[in-house]
Design a protein around this ligand. Sequence first.
Ligand code: ANZ
Length: 537
Amino acid sequence: MASPYNAGEIEQKWQQSWAEWGLDKTPVASDLPKFYALSMFPYPSGNLHMGHVRNYTITDVIARLKRMQGYQVLHPMGWDAFGLPAENAAIERGIPPKQWTEKNIAQMRAQLQQLGLSIDWEREVATCAPDYYRWTQWLFLQFFQAGLAYQKEATVNWDPIDQTVLANEQVDGEGRSWRSGAMVERKLLRQWFLKITDYAEALLNDLDKLDGWPERVKLMQSHWIGKSVGAYLEFPIKDSDEKIAVFTTRPDTVYGVTYVVLAPEHPLTKVVTTAAQKQTVADFVALMAKESEIERTAEDKPKRGVRTGGVAINPFNGKEIPILIADYVLYEYGTGAVMGVPAHDQRDFKFAQDNHLPIQVVIVPDDADNNDVELGAAYTEAGVMVNSAQFTGMASPKAKEAIIKFAEDHDYGRAKVQYRLRDWLISRQRYWGCPIPIIHCDDCGAVPVPSQDLPVELPDNVKFSGRGPSPLAKLTDWLNVPVQNAGNQPGGKRTPWILSLILPGISCVMPMPKIPSCLLMGKKLPIGCRWTNMWGD
Ligand code: ANZ
């Protein structure tokens, strides 16, 4: 039996009437109170899925309710349209990313319209449109001028086939790129960052202000920010003026340090390595460059490391201790170096056993009757200090404070709060992204493009020849610009634009993170872990 409700006919008829009456248009110059109903922009992949339907229906219901309650409602739609998938899809199909993206937008717009959502289509934006990304660039310049956008060398996940930096979520559990399938390498590159760590404490404190958010989500956020309270201590290198800085949450164990470990990428690795160890160290560093952070730090694997031949001095007791490099020390966290205390840290305990390093007990349980206990595992609890010079006999939590004070008084270090949150790496070596409006001048460094000259437009005349480096690398006319106000002669030297691009939406930290819940809970990423995404993408 035919349904009495003919959706195709009825919906089309009414949607057309609503459009003619302008029901979804944002009223202008009205005295009514204002309401802005904004959903996260979809990525224009080509087709809506049910996650989109659910998501945009929610905002639609809110917008309709608010209109009925007498508000003048702005309910726009936009497209988060830059990113590697468009570029790869374009390469595979042989059509420019712009064309491919615009075709997808047209299709998804038609699908959203078919749903009858009350969106004001006159307010539609696309992040890949120059009149939109001039504001992405303007914002970047505000950050740059405030010192919140900066460049630094960083170890990144490098896809050797696509020749681009990958976000952690684009590397699978076996260390392969989810894009090209290549084994991802770790590489040191100069990159652009946003200094979100300046806001770590504020982000953490203000979680309390998020009324109505599930406790579970707030807890995940605080794990992600990962505040650790401890000390920054410096260990002088023997026969050198350099010192190795470490971050430790257990300054009370400093008399139990029996070695120091650097991350393989640490610049001091070159300084401390002796001629005899040079080859061993170089081989280990090369091996580590091939492994992802997840592989390197997997809990279930034995910790690997090699001796550098270098020697450090524990400033607290003058003892000479060996310097090693090891897989489990991450260059990006803390100072990229660790003081090894095998008696009181389980990871260090295993590492010391495997590498024949001494174990020195400096804390014992309150009721222990013997100071020189034979350990079967690390003793990680609080207790009474032993073998720790003038701190011997103190309760270890008290000794923490006393040792930090002693370090400050003797210039060995200071109290330090460390966050797991890292600055946000925003540059990619790709074409289909927002150009960073900075000129790289040999004489005056990074020079912002004057805001009246924005946008710096992406060129259209690019040629893709399969996977590989960004086609922008070959566009010398675009890459080199005449510099007038950068401290050079007017109209003089031509200096290159940066090749890297901002890709909004690739990774975000707050407030809607696309981060795996398992990582948020402080666990390691298991193979095949899916990314959580609040929007059902
Ligand atoms: C010595 C020590 C003794 C430590 C002890 C712990 C227990 P959270 O809590 O996660 O901040 N660490 C520091 N930097 C590191 C890095 N770049 N890569 C790997 N490990 C690093 O952890 C802080 C502890 O993690 C630090 O305290 C340091 O080991 C290690 F009985 O210092 B500890």
